[in-house]
Design a protein. Sequence first.
Length: 107
Amino acid sequence: MRGTSRFPLAAALAHAQKAGTFLAEKNLPEALQEAQQAVALAPNSAHANAVMGTVLDAFGRRAEARPYYESALQQALTIQPDFQRWLVPSLKQRLAVDDDSLQHVDP
């Protein structure tokens, strides 16, 4: 983590952006590695947590993705919400998909 200790949020956002690029290229292992680094550097970043959830979703690991989406939503609503409002609708939608699928599962 050379050069990242003074600006962990900036470094985390760079890793989150790389994760998104790898995800678009269907390079899931690299996307996961970048997303993990983003969350490690800035665990209170709504964007880093949202990207981590999205990457885990791409792996089909929805149960593991949900806490990241929940964390990202909470952070987007409480930590400088005016600057993170754009994240809220997509996070609510991703969480609602989980809720809908749970309602359709027979006990």
